[in-house]
Design a protein around this ligand. Structure first.
Ligand code: HEM
Length: 477
């Protein structure tokens, strides 16, 4: 089966459409808007957002512009990116933990941090991590002890643990190895309680008025801070004692020198801590969600899963062209991130007046570019609600506009870990499908919910069993 992929016809089975919530016809009035923003920001979008190229409104809390046309998106994210800083709510929700990290930094601080960190994410450096990523995936899947009888897998937890382990192995030289469960518990708590959009934040109430969610999740923030401090102390001692320090993210952060700005020296302690947390949070939760949704979609499309299994049977992480040999695996992941973008919204604030596609934008306007909306927009996609990975096969992908498909954003603030994420997700999916048949997802259809990332409201469970003709991925040492 693996040999005839290039000539095999596309799957003929009926197209699968994942469960989608009916969209509201009219925009929300104030109180329901505050409630739904707190409950799940996906619920604030109405049908018009998915049919209009852009929507501008002057509300009680200032002007809001939702941009869903490629020219407008390009203007905001690339051509006039300097006029747009990260949105106020994102800063409020993530600021307590990540304020001085790469994700939230602005201006010269951001440029300096990006210059320092970019060398860790070059194509060559990412490619060099293939073997290590494959080892981690093989070990985790082996730990499931799959048999020919079917068994349930807690997908969300397993995928988070797997991507956390990959991050620890590749960027932190295994120094987070024993922390996966504690980080997961603290992160789940933070995302489900602390990171909710509090009505007081939307109303612009002063910060000294306590926000219940953030108070309840205070323990998570303390855990993150304490763990990061001990990581930094341990590595600083190693560096100071002259021991050979691993060539990883932690060392890069602690010994950073910006060649273009030598006078400022390295990163401050607060910048180092915020970046460690930024990379732990941004660098594993998103990829875990992409993998979880991909496995769910494959559980409903056995014909496509079989195609991935055929590719997976030939997966060899030692081969330099392993990625080109997995076109369907990559296409499934890309189509998954179209339907379920792990980062569903990017919010910006206009620093000065601007014009987007003919629409005047006052200073201070909240500008929203939402992959959730763009990726299901009726003017931009044929059958937007259908799961059709063929769209992303190499011969079709060229026709997708760069500013219509944005799981990793675009422009100067594009995700620094995009290639890393796609690589680890392809390796993980190939490792799983080489060994497992995915039988079904529990329940009628997971409900997507926006809690910083796009998660399933109820933890997803899949039924798996060992494949008949099971092969183990061998990783050369
Ligand atoms: C499927 C996985 C991932 C998705 C969908 C994703 C998505 C994104 C998006 C949309 C942004 C832009 C956010 C904005 O501008 O508001 C972003 C930024 C960022 N991502 Fe990712 N990401 C993923 C994986 C990763 C990984 C693996 C890492 C690190 C190892 C990472 C680190 C970052 C950082 C540090 C930023 C901030 C970059 C900057 O502003 O210069 N991400 N990501």
């Amino acid at each position: 089966m693996a040999d005839d992929l290039s000539v095999a016809p596309a799957p003929q089975a009926k197209t699968f459409r994942p469960w989608a919530r009916p969209r509201r016809k009219k925009p929300l009035s104030l109180v329901p808007f505050l409630y739904q923003s707190w409950r799940d920001p996906l619920l604030i979008w109405s049908e018009r957002h998915f049919t209009e190229p852009q929507l501008f409104g002057q509300g009680r809390f200032g002007a809001v512009m939702v941009v869903s046309n490629p020219a407008g998106v390009r203007h905001v994210l690339t051509d006039n990116a300097a006029n747009y800083e990260k949105g106020r709510l994102q800063r409020i929700v993530l600021g307590p933990l990540l304020a001085e990290g790469l994700l939230l930094a602005e201006g010269t601080d951001w440029r300096r941090a990006r210059r320092i960190l970019a060398p860790l994410f070059t194509p060559a450096r990412t490619a060099a991590l293939t073997r290590r990523m494959a080892e981690v995936c093989a070990k985790r899947v082996a730990g499931w002890k799959l048999t020919r009888s079917q068994s349930w897998l807690e997908v969300d937890t397993q995928m988070s643990t797997l991507t956390f382990e990959i991050l620890s192995a590749t960027l932190f030289s295994d120094e987070l190895e024993d922390d996966a469960a504690d980080f997961e518990a603290a992160l789940n708590r933070y995302l489900s309680i602390g990171a909710r959009i509090d009505p007081l934040d939307v109303l612009g109430a002063p910060n000294w008025i306590p926000r219940v969610g953030r108070m309840l999740s205070g323990g998570s923030a303390q855990f993150f801070e304490a763990r990061v401090a001990s990581l930094v102390t341990g590595r600083r001692e190693k560096l100071a004692s002259g021991q050979a320090a691993p060539d990883d993210l932690l060392t890069a952060l602690l010994s950073a020198r910006d060649e273009e700005d030598d006078d400022r020296g390295g990163l401050s302690d607060r910048e180092v801590a915020a970046n460690i947390l930024t990379f732990i949070l941004a660098g594993h939760e998103t990829t875990a969600r992409a993998l979880g949704w991909a496995l769910h979609l494959l559980s409903r499309t056995p014909d496509i899963a079989a195609r991935l299994q055929a590719e997976a049977d030939g997966f060899d992480p030692a081969s330099p062209d392993w990625a080109e040999r997995l076109p369907w695996t990559r296409a499934v992941l890309e189509e998954t991130m179209r339907l379920f973008p792990p980062a569903p919204t990017m919010a910006r604030r206009a620093l000065a007046p601007d014009v987007i596609n003919g629409q005047p934008i006052p200073k201070g306007t909240a500008v929203v570019v939402s992959p959730w909306i763009l990726h299901r927009h009726k003017l931009l996609w044929d059958e937007p609600e259908a799961f059709r990975p063929e769209r992303f096969l190499p011969e079709n992908r060229k026709s997708i506009d760069r500013y219509v498909y944005l799981p990793f954003s675009a422009g100067p603030r594009v995700c620094i870990g995009a290639a890393f994420a796609l690589q680890e997700a392809m390796i993980a999916l190939a490792t799983i499908l080489r060994q497992a048949d995915i039988i079904e997802t529990l329940g009628p259809g997971p409900v997507p919910t926006h809690q910083i990332t796009l998660r399933s409201r109820v933890p997803m469970r899949l039924r798996l069993r060992a494949r008949d003709r099971m092969t183990t991925v061998t990783v050369p040492v």
